[in-house]
Design a protein around this ligand. Structure first.
Ligand code: IPE
Ligand code: IPE
Ligand code: MG
Length: 225
């Protein structure tokens, strides 16, 4: 049986979920945000120690301004509201992605939630915001150059965002598209991939249990036999 230390999810399909119900895309995003709590608590039940959730990519800036504003406000609301829930459940909050571009209010909310949850030991939950794997790798290499460190695999790995979370074991993408969209290319080099047609707002505990059960039985070879 495989261990599952780090699960990462590409939370896709919010817009299509709303469209199917003749609702605004923003309603889909709102419902998608509500799925996060359930999934995080399920991860704790399953003994998963690290969860990375793809919330906003470096490519999502190409969406209409109203949608970008809505998504960033939703992220802000989410981060401001989670203090009690995260502390109660031992969740340590992290981010991945270049957060230097955000306004002061969002940056402060992020650093506050990180600070007050830093002792959480049940689950580390990283929200990937303004995240792109290529950007993350390029920033890691820049850090190495600045620190005058050798450019090698180990040093790059140690200078990615929230490096303590380690390699990702399993990447789930909801919404049916079968691509990685610039997500965890380095840490997911040997990840198992699961693509489900379920739209993110409909994703639930039962489906996560099933996916994890199947994952545990896979023969992971890492190039060996
Ligand atoms: C995922 O849902 C959330 C983000 C990318 C921010 P989408 O907004 O991509 O939903 P679809 O793919 O259009 O259904
Ligand atoms: C990937 O979804 C990014 C997030 C879930 C945050 P997209 O909807 O942006 O991906 P593409 O454009 O379909 O590849
Ligand atoms: Mg999408």
């Amino acid at each position: 049986m495989n261990d599952l230390n780090h699960l990462a999810i590409i939370m896709d399909g919010n817009g299509r979920w709303a469209k199917l119900k003749s609702l605004a895309r923003s309603v889909g995003h709102k419902n998608g945000a509500d799925t996060i709590d359930k999934v995080a608590l399920t991860c704790i039940d399953l003994g998963i120690k690290n969860l990375t959730l793809y919330a906003f990519s470096t490519e999502n800036w190409s969406r209409p301004k109203e949608e970008i504003d809505f998504l960033l406000n939703l992220a802000k609301d989410f981060i401001k509201k989670k203090e009690a829930l995260f502390i109660k459940n031992g969740v340590k909050f992290e981010t991945k992605g270049d957060i230097s571009v955000f306004d002061d209010e969002l940056k402060k909310a992020i650093s506050h939630l990180k600070e007050v949850t830093k002792n959480g030991s049940n689950l580390t939950l990283a929200l990937a915001v303004n995240y792109g794997s290529k950007d993350e790798i390029a920033r890691a290499v820049k850090k190495l150059i600045k620190l005058n460190l050798e450019i090698n695999e180990e040093n790059i790995t140690q200078h990615l965002d929230a490096p303590q979370m380690g390699n990702v074991d399993l990447i789930i993408r909801t919404g049916g598209e079968q691509r990685l969209s610039n997500f965890m290319l380095w840490q997911g080099a040997y990840a198992e991939l699961v693509f489900t047609p379920t739209l993110w707002p409909d994703f639930n505990q039962k489906e996560l249990f099933k996916i994890v059960e199947n994952y545990k039985k896979i023969h992971r070879k890492f190039g060996g036999l």
